[in-house]
Design a protein around this ligand. Sequence first.
Ligand code: AKG
Length: 259
Amino acid sequence: MDKFVIKTPRSRQAAEADAEESRQIKTRRLKTDNNSSNEAQDDSTSDEPNDSPTQPSSKKLSGINLDCDYIQLFSKKEADDLYKRCERELEYNTGRLAQVQIFGKWHNIPRQQVAHGDEGLTYTFSNNCIPAKPWTPLLMEIRDKISHFTGHKFNFVLINRYKDGNDHMGEHQDDEKDLVPTAPIASLSLGQPRDFVFRHAGSRGKKARQYVPPVTVELQHGSLLMMNYPTNVHWYHSLPKRKKAHFPRINMTFREMVV
Ligand SMILES: O=C(O)CCC(=O)C(=O)O
């Protein structure tokens, strides 16, 4: 069985991270490359590196009200092909749809973004309402593969493209009222591996009620992170800046929106 490694962030990492993350605090890190070991429960039957699309390995990530499954869903070749098709076919939002409003002022988001989904669905964050573009054959193919594997249906996908480690996503909860509250969010990563950090809601800020170590997962090319209920109710998540990440990454979060 694999093990979580509990360690203090290296000073270089801390310097690269967002301001909150740079505090010298202990964090749990789930090692996700095929050769590492960690404390998470490993549901796979073999220690061999996974290159088979039919037998993805799965690791359970759990903690206080934290329930996630990390799965290497696509082989390297499959993930390479999907990444190339995404780069050829996806068109990201521009103008107001690529901005957020904070204290009445519009700012460009530090990444590219687009949403696709069933007709009429929208996604609202930071005072901006993003309409879903129609599903494309590529996105339906990915959605259906994830649905087949997980047994969950999704009617919406939010896609973020990070050109390098400077692009990032700040700490937030996916708690929009449009989301079916108990439905899982399926997060597919393609391209540059990046750290994804969970922080317990009660451990944030000056009024922190309790100390729960943050949990960091490096999301690999072709991996799927299932964020199951009630993770999103109790934990925030972010994709911090990483200076050593030089290549683009595409993330798709498949969601079930209220209809
Ligand atoms: O790119 C990522 O992995 C983060 C995505 C995310 O947090 C979100 O879509 O809410």
